[in-house]
Every structure is written in C-alpha cells, then in structure tokens.
Design a protein around this ligand. Sequence first.
Ligand SMILES: NC(=O)c1ccc[n+]([C@@H]2O[C@H](COP(=O)([O-])OP(=O)(O)OC[C@H]3O[C@@H](n4cnc5c(N)ncnc54)[C@H](OP(=O)(O)O)[C@@H]3O)[C@@H](O)[C@H]2O)c1
Length: 248
Amino acid sequence: MVDLKGKTDIITGASSGIGAALAVAFSQKGANLTLAARRSDRLKEVAQKCPGGVLTLAADLTRDSDRRKIFQQTLESWGRVDILVNNAGLGIYGDFLSIGEEDWRQIFEVNLFALVFMTRAVLPHMQSRGSGIIVNMASIGGLISHSDKVTPYVASKHAVVGFSRGLAKDLAGSGIRVLAVCPHLTDTEFFTASPGAPEMAPVVEKFKSFMDRPEDVARGILEQLDSDRLIVFPTVKPARAYEKQKDI
Ligand SMILES: NC(=O)c1ccc[n+]([C@@H]2O[C@H](COP(=O)([O-])OP(=O)(O)OC[C@H]3O[C@@H](n4cnc5c(N)ncnc54)[C@H](OP(=O)(O)O)[C@@H]3O)[C@@H](O)[C@H]2O)c1
C-alpha cells in the first residue's frame, strides 16, 4: 500500500459520495488534503471528519481560474502535490434523442474536460519532482455500456478511460502513474444530483440493495494506489460485471 504519511492529495468532488469517503480514508492514513467542490458547507462537514490537515476550496471545476486556484493554493498550503484524484462528475439519464446539446456539452465539461485540464495544471509540478499519481474517476460505464438511457455518461467515461490510457503511455518511465478507477453502482447523491434523476428513481430503487457503499469504493482505491495496472476495479462487483459484458 502507498504510504500517505506527509503526502499531499488533491481530491475534486469531495463534498459528497466517493470523494468524501476518499478524503476521510486518505486523511486517516496521514495525508494532507485539498478538497474541492462547489458546495463549501459540505466540504467543511467532510473536513471535520478528517483527522489530518485539510484545505477546503469552493471551486467549479469547469472554470480554468478555479482549477489554477486549486493547484496554487495547494502548493502555498502544503508545498507539494503527490496525488491528484480527479473525482468530480455527474450523470444524466434519458433517451438519446431527449438529451439536448447543452446537456451533452455539460457532461463532457465536467466528466472529461475538467479532469483533463486539472491534470494539465498539476502535471508540470509532478514532472519536476519525478513522481506522482493521477487517479481518474471513470466508471464501469467507461468500459462497457452498463445500463440503457445513459449514452452521454457512457461516452464521457469511455473518454476518461481513453484519456488515461493515452496519458499513461506518454508518462511511462517518468515516475508518474495514471489509474482509471472503474466503480460499479455506488450508493451516493449521484442519482439525485444528476439530470434525469426523477425518471431514473425507479431504476435506482431496484438496484439500491446491490450498490456498493462509498466507503468500500474508497478502501478499494486506497489499497490499489500502488497498482501498476491502468484499470482499477475498487470492489469485486465491477470486476465481475466487466468479465460478463466485455465482449458485448
Ligand atoms: N455513484 C455511482 O454509481 C458511480 C459509479 C461509477 C463512477 N462514479 C463516479 O464517481 C465520481 C463521484 O460520484 P459520486 O457517486 O460520489 O456522486 P456525488 O455524491 O454526486 O459526487 C459528485 C461530486 O462531484 C462534484 N461536482 C460535480 N460537478 C462539479 C463541478 N462543476 N465543479 C466541482 N465539483 C463538481 C460534486 O460537488 P458539488 O456539487 O459540491 O460541486 C460532488 O462532490 C463521479 O465521477 C462519478 O461519475 C459514480
């Protein structure tokens, strides 16, 4: 397991769900954290559950100035960045033709471009130190089409896996590793925060008992931070789903 004592981790989308659970898990292992999301009140609640040092920053990841602020203020507070967890994301539920251009662009802004440009903001610093880990939150939907009526989400998460694959190749031998984390359905606010939530609610209810808990996903990520594989399944459920459906 990677030793997090005295290391600095940036976690985006840390105000709820998987990001919040990761913050607590990383902090318990001795990391200093920068937690970023739009809801500062929720970030502060998460920070109170963290035993170690925490900087909370209200930020909209789709804004370049906010992404730069996250990196700069992390350096000012902690002097280094060891791990960047690009976790902020959202879903969308609906028939392909019912989802308009604006929603398509928004999901790619958050799920792909925010992650790409957050990485660009931090990478030169990691390169100058010759070490670092970039953890990109993809999804089982980044490898297979895990559900119907989620085409833009599946497309955006496949793009996250593709970006991670390309970057990992470019960074081979640099001391910087890239992980694409692929969780399965996880019981978070994702299903109420995402556009199309009311229509999706009966489907979510059906699968609720089958979902992973964010704490289990966080533990699985923590345990596999030292993995030299690109794709990381945080629990057994996404690994099994992938084996069953990878050829479809
Ligand atoms: N839940 C699942 O079943 C599941 C499965 C596979 C993968 N994932 C992925 O896991 C990641 C975390 O999702 P979750 O399940 O934990 O859902 P969540 O509880 O809804 O968390 C999403 C996080 O993203 C942040 N966020 C969204 N848009 C943002 C923006 N423009 N700027 C800054 N932060 C933004 C939210 O914070 P604010 O609203 O405070 O900004 C929140 O902290 C996502 O990338 C999701 O695609 C989830």
